[in-house]
Design a binder for this molecule. Structure first.
Ligand code: PBG
Length: 328
C-alpha cells in the first residue's frame, strides 16, 4: 500500500507555492560574514586576481568597502591583515598600529552595528609562511612548534580585542590555542570578547587563492602537520568537543562545500553555534566557471550556500556575501 502508484512524492513538487512552503533550508543575510583583506598604505585597492571582486585594501578605503557591504546586508566582516614587513616570528601581527588593529577601531567607531571578527594566525606575518613559530625537530628539520606559538597567538588576540574586535578567530590549528587565548583575554580585562574557533580546519588545496590574496603560502613544506587530513572524518567531533571545553563560544568547519558530511556530524555532536567557511577556492571555482559561461553564477552560489545551511551551519563565511543580498 505504501508504494507506487498510491504514493506519489511528486505531488508535493507540482505547486510552486507548496514547494516554497516546504523549502526547508533558507539563506538569510542575517547569517552572512564576509572576509576582508586589509593592507598598509593609503588609498590602496589592489584587485586580487584569483578572487574576483575582492581586493587588498588600505584602512581608509576598507572603511568605505565595509560600509558598502553593510548596506548590502552583510552582518559581519572577518579581517585578514597584510603587514608591511614579515619576519620569522611574525612580530607585525601584534603591532597596535598594524592594519587590522587600525581598521578594527575605525570600524567600531564608524559602523558600530557591523560585527568585527579578526583572524588570529601567524601565516600572514611570518616570512616562512607557516601558522606558528618554527623549531628544530630531533631529526634537524624545521617544524612548527605548538606550545611556543600559543603565547604569540594569545598576544595577537589581545591586541585585536584591545582595538575593539567583537570576536577573535584563531585559525592556526595549534592544540590548546583556544584555552591560551581565553585565559589571556580574561586576564587582560577582555572577558566580553568572544572566540570563534577554526575548530575543524582541513589541509586543503581550496585555500590557494587565499594564499595569493594574503601572500602566505608556506615557503617550505606544507600545513599537513597541523591542519587536518582531508581523508579523516573521525577527529572532527573530538576537535569540536575540545575547543568548546577550552572556551570557544562558536566553532567552525572549513572548507565547507566539500565537507558537508563533517558539518552535519559536528552539528549533531553539539549545540554550540556553528559556522562554515566557503573558502577562496570554492568561490573562485564558481567565479571562473561562470566567467567561462559554464555555470550560472547566481544559481551556483545560492545552491552551494544553501547546501551548507542545510548541512547544519548557523553562520556562513563567504566571499559571495556582498552579492548575495541581491540574489536571495
Ligand atoms: C590562515 C588562514 C587561511 C585561510 C583562512 N585563514 C589559509 C591557510 O590556512 O592556508 C583560508 C581561507 C580561504 O581560503 O578563503 N591560517
Amino acid at each position: 500500500m505504501a508504494g507506487f502508484p498510491t504514493r506519489r512524492l511528486r505531488r508535493l513538487r507540482q505547486n510552486p507555492t507548496l514547494r516554497r512552503m516546504l523549502g526547508g533550508a533558507r539563506l538569510s543575510m542575517q547569517e552572512m560574514i564576509c572576509p576582508l583583506f586589509v593592507t598598509f598604505g593609503q588609498g590602496v585597492r589592489r584587485p586580487i586576481e584569483s578572487l574576483p571582486g575582492h581586493f587588498q585594501i588600505s584602512v581608509d578605503a576598507a572603511v568605505e568597502t565595509a560600509r558598502d557591504w553593510a548596506g548590502k546586508g552583510v552582518q559581519a566582516v572577518l579581517l585578514f591583515g597584510i603587514p608591511q614587513h614579515k619576519d620569522a616570528c611574525g612580530s607585525g601581527a601584534c603591532d597596535p598600529q598594524g592594519p587590522v588593529q587600525q581598521l578594527v577601531s575605525r570600524l567600531k567607531k564608524d559602523l558600530p552595528d557591523l560585527l568585527v571578527i579578526t583572524d588570529v594566525c601567524l601565516c600572514d606575518y611570518t616570512d616562512h609562511g607557516h601558522c606558528g613559530l618554527l623549531k628544530t625537530a630531533r631529526d634537524g628539520a624545521l617544524e612548527v612548534g605548538n606550545d611556543r606559538t600559543l603565547e604569540v597567538l594569545a598576544k595577537i588576540a589581545v591586541s585585536h580585542a584591545q582595538a575593539g574586535a567583537d570576536v577573535v578567530a584563531p585559525s592556526a590549528m595549534m592544540d590548546g590555542q583556544v584555552a591560551a587565548i581565553r585565559q589571556s583575554l580574561d586576564q587582560s580585562g577582555l572577558a566580553d570578547t568572544a572566540i570563534m574557533s577554526y575548530t575543524v580546519k582541513f589541509a586543503s588545496c581550496f585555500y590557494q587563492p587565499f594564499r595569493d590574496a594574503a601572500d602566505c603560502a608556506p615557503k617550505f613544506g606544507d600545513r599537513t602537520g597541523y591542519q587536518m587530513d582531508f581523508r579523516t572524518a573521525g577527529q572532527a567531533v573530538a576537535e569540536a568537543r575540545q575547543d568548546i571545553e577550552e572556551g570557544a563560544d562558536m566553532i567552525m568547519v572549513k572548507p565547507a562545500g566539500p565537507y558537508l558530511d563533517i558539518i552535519a556530524r559536528v552539528r549533531q555532536s553539539t549545540d554550540a553555534p556553528l559556522a562554515a567557511y566557503q573558502v577562496s577556492g570554492e568561490y573562485s571555482a564558481i567565479k571562473a566557471a561562470a566567467a567561462a559561461g559554464w555555470l550560472n553564477e547566481r544559481s551556483a552560489a545560492v545552491e552551494s550556500l544553501t547546501a551548507i545551511k542545510r548541512a547544519g551551519a548557523d553562520l556562513i563565511i563567504t566571499y559571495f556575501a556582498p552579492q548575495l543580498g541581491a540574489w536571495i
